[in-house]
Design a protein around this ligand. Structure first.
Ligand SMILES: *Cc1c(COP(=O)(O)O)cnc(C)c1O
Length: 393
C-alpha cells in the first residue's frame, strides 16, 4: 500500500521536535549537531531569535494580501537586494525552482521582445541541479532527473563543466543564455573556477547571450561573499536565489538587470504567494544580518577553521575520505567509503551531513555555527570515520 505521504524521499528514521542554533533535538531529548542546515536553508541556525521576532511580529499583523496590492516589506527587501548586488530588479518566488522557471522565461522573452525570436537555446552543464519542475529538469539534464518524464522542454544542451572548447563551439547566434551554479551543490560541491566564470561571462558578451547564475545553494553568504560569483569579479544578467534567503521560511527570488528583465511587463508573470508579507519580513531580517561585513568576515574565518580541521580528518582517515573541496561554509568531503555509509555513521555519532553526487557528503552548517560547535563537529566526524574503519576490518 502506498504510504499516505508519497514515497518520493529516502528519509532517515530521525524526527526532530526542536532546533537551537546548530542543533536539532529529538522528542527523546537526543541532540544532533546539524551540519546540513536543511540543505543550506537554515543559514542563521534554528530558532534564531532575530528571525523568530521578525516572523512573529509580522504574523500578528498581516499574513497575506496577494500581489494585487503594495507590500511594503517586499519593496524593502527588493531595494536591499538591488543595493547589495548587480541587480536592478527582483521578482519574488517561494522556491528555487520557481526562480529557475522565471529565469528561463525571462531570457527567452527578452530576445523575443528585442526582435531576436530565434534566440531561445540555453546551455547548461552536466551534474547541475536547478529544481524539479519541467523546466528545471530540462535545464539540468541527466537521466537521474529526467528519465520517464516524457518529452522535455526543448532548447537545452548540456556540456562538461569547465570544457571551454566545447562551450566556445556550442554557443551561437541562437543561444539565449548559459545557466550555471558557481558552486554545484547536488552535483557534489564542485566550485567552478573563477577563470571559467570569467570566460563564460566573456562568451555571453561576445554572442549577445545572457548569463544566468543559480545561486540557490551557494548564495546568501554561504561562500563568504554575499554571492559566490563575487569571488570571480563578474556579474550575471540573471540570478536565482532561494534556500538561505528565507532562513527556513519558503522564499526565493529572481534578480536581474533592467536589460534582461525588459520583457517582464505587467501581466507577463506572477505568483500568488511570492513575496508575501511573512516571507519578506523574514527575508529582510536575513539580508540585514548577512550583509553586515563583519558577519561575512566571521563566515570566512570559520570556513578557514572548519576546512583546516577537515583536511586533518581526511589525512587521518585515508580509507574513509579522499579529499575536501568547496568554498566557504559550503564544503564537500569526497569519500572512499560509500558516502551513504558515512552519512549513516554520522547519524550514529549524532552529527548530520547531506549526501551528494560524486560519492561526496556535504557540510553546509548554519553560517552562525560557533567555534565550539565546529570543534564538536570534528570530534563527531572522527567518531563516524573510526566506526567505518572498524566495521571494514
Ligand atoms: C535546491 C536548489 C534548487 C531548487 O530549489 P527549491 O527551493 O527546492 O525549488 C535549484 N537550484 C539549486 C542550485 C539548488 O540547490
Amino acid at each position: 500500500m502506498i504510504p499516505s505521504v508519497m514515497p518520493t524521499y529516502n528519509r532517515a528514521p530521525l524526527s526532530f521536535e526542536q532546533g537551537e542554533g546548530s542543533w536539532l533535538i529529538e522528542t527523546s531529548g537526543t541532540r544532533y549537531l546539524d551540519l546540513g542546515a536543511g540543505v543550506a536553508v537554515n543559514s542563521l541556525g534554528h530558532a534564531n531569535p532575530a528571525l523568530v521576532e521578525a516572523l512573529t511580529e509580522q504574523a500578528g499583523k498581516l499574513w497575506h494580501t496577494s500581489n494585487l496590492y503594495q507590500i511594503p516589506n517586499q519593496q524593502a527587501l527588493a531595494d536591499m537586494l538591488v543595493e547589495h548586488t548587480f541587480a536592478e530588479t527582483v521578482f519574488f518566488t517561494n522556491s528555487g525552482t520557481e526562480a529557475c522557471e522565471l529565469a528561463i522565461k525571462m531570457a527567452r522573452k527578452h530576445f523575443h521582445d528585442a526582435g531576436q525570436p530565434e534566440k531561445v537555446e540555453i546551455i547548461g552543464f552536466n551534474g547541475s541541479f536547478h529544481g524539479r519542475s519541467a523546466a528545471g529538469i530540462a535545464a539540468a539534464g541527466g537521466d537521474k532527473l529526467t528519465k520517464g518524464f516524457g518529452p522535455l522542454l526543448p532548447g537545452f544542451t548540456h556540456l562538461e563543466l569547465g570544457d571551454m572548447d566545447a562551450l566556445s563551439a556550442a554557443i551561437c547566434d541562437r543561444t539565449a543564455a548559459i545557466i550555471v551554479e558557481p558552486v554545484q551543490g547536488e552535483g557534489g560541491i564542485i566550485p567552478v573556477a573563477d577563470q571559467v566564470l570569467r570566460d563564460m561571462r566573456a562568451l555571453c558578451d561576445e554572442h549577445g547571450a545572457l548569463l544566468i547564475l543559480d545561486e540557490v545553494q551557494c548564495g546568501m553568504g554561504r561562500t563568504g561573499r554575499l554571492f559566490a560569483h563575487e569571488w570571480a569579479g563578474i556579474a550575471p544578467d540573471i540570478m536565482m536565489v532561494a534556500k538561505g534567503i528565507g532562513g527556513g521560511f519558503p522564499l526565493g527570488a529572481l534578480l536581474a538587470t533592467e536589460k534582461a528583465a525588459s520583457g517582464m511587463v505587467s501581466g507577463s508573470h506572477g505568483s500568488t504567494y511570492g513575496g508575501n508579507p511573512l516571507g519578506c519580513a523574514v527575508g529582510l531580517k536575513v539580508m540585514q544580518i548577512v550583509t553586515d561585513p563583519a558577519f561575512l568576515d566571521e563566515v570566512n574565518r570559520k570556513a578557514g577553521l572548519l576546512r583546516q580541521k577537515l583536511e586533518g580528518l581526511v589525512a587521518g582517515h585515508p580509507e574513509v575520505f579522499e579529499n575536501v573541496r568547496g568554498s566557504g561554509l559550503m564544503l564537500g568531503l569526497v569519500c572512499k567509503a560509500p558516502n551513504l555509509d558515512v552519512v549513516q555513521a554520522g547519524y550514529d555519532a549524532n552529527v548530520l551531513t547531506v549526501p551528494a553526487a560524486g560519492n561526496a557528503i556535504r557540510l553546509l552548517p548554519p553560517l552562525t555555527i560557533s567555534d565550539e560547535d565546529i570543534a564538536e563537529a570534528l570530534t563527531r566526524l572522527e567518531t563516524a570515520a573510526t566506526a567505518i574503519e572498524t566495521a571494514v576490518k
